[in-house]
Design a protein around this ligand. Structure first.
Ligand code: ADP
Ligand code: MG
Length: 233
């Protein structure tokens, strides 16, 4: 595979935070290549650098050193504005605590990224949002506020929002971390469905049972990445 075909291509990525007690080496010389359509799990103890790794790939944060290339874009080179637009179209992000806007209804939350990126015309957006909510089993909850839904339902709404602009890459930072096992299983089944539709999906998880169902798992330990995984590609 040539460089430009990887969905994620990290070369010698370091991230150092300056803390009151001195530098914190959150990532140390991380190399990672992920092919289109791969399903990758990220495991490791708390504080080992998993969220920092995800933030490098989504462009939420920038490396101290090294190259971050994702879906053909060299993220190091992009301005904040360009990066925000690039992210809106190319990467869906799912967080542990859903991060739905509490004063907007579920369908309004799902339409927000569409309004920001304008891939779909305004009159097409409600129909697309309902279609996405239908895929996650929530079409009948579309006009409710997030806090009237269960945790599992809120996370499924966040998945619909992550898919708003049909991004090729979806990233989850402990997306089942706040769900009971039944809700987590339902959410995980949706992730598998995404991969079957051709999306590239990467998720941090502490759940050993779920990780055993992921074809490739990388471990992050004290800022270093260890790749155990063989994948289908
Ligand atoms: P994980 O997600 O594996 O729990 P993180 O990536 O959040 O770990 O953090 C890795 C290390 O970097 C930790 O020591 C954490 O305290 C530190 N860290 C993360 N973000 C910041 C920040 N914005 N400023 C300073 N230190 C940070
Ligand atoms: Mg984390």
């Amino acid at each position: 595979m040539t460089n430009s075909e990887w969905v994620i291509d990290l070369k010698n990525v370091d991230k150092t935070f300056v803390g009151p007690a001195g530098p914190i080496h959150a990532l140390r010389s991380v190399n990672l290549q992920v092919a289109p359509g791969e399903f990758v799990g990220v495991m490791g103890p708390s504080g080992s650098g998993k969220s920092t790794l995800l933030n490098m790939i989504t462009g939420i944060d920038r490396p101290t050193n090294g190259d971050v290339r994702v879906i053909g874009a060299q993220l190091n080179d992009l301005s904040e504005n360009t990066l925000a637009r690039w992210r809106g179209k190319n990467v869906g992000v799912i967080f542990q605590f859903f991060q739905l806007l509490p004063t907007l209804t579920i369908i309004e939350n799902v339409m927000l990224p569409m309004d920001f990126c304008r891939v779909w015309k305004p009159r097409e957006r409600p129909e697309r949002a309902i279609h996405l909510l239908d895929q996650v089993g929530l079409a009948d909850q579309a006009h409710k506020l997030p806090n009237t839904l269960s945790g599992g339902q809120q996370q499924r709404a966040a998945i619909a929002r992550a898919l708003a602009n049909d991004p090729p890459l979806v990233m989850g930072d402990e997306p089942t971390g706040n769900l009971d096992s039944k809700a987590a299983d339902k959410v995980f089944n949706l992730f598998e469905a995404l991969v079957n539709q051709g999306k590239t999906f990467m998720m941090v998880t502490h759940n050993v049972d779920l990780a055993s169902r992921v074809p490739r798992v990388v471990d992050v330990l004290d800022g270093e990445l260890f790749d155990n995984g063989t994948s289908k590609t």
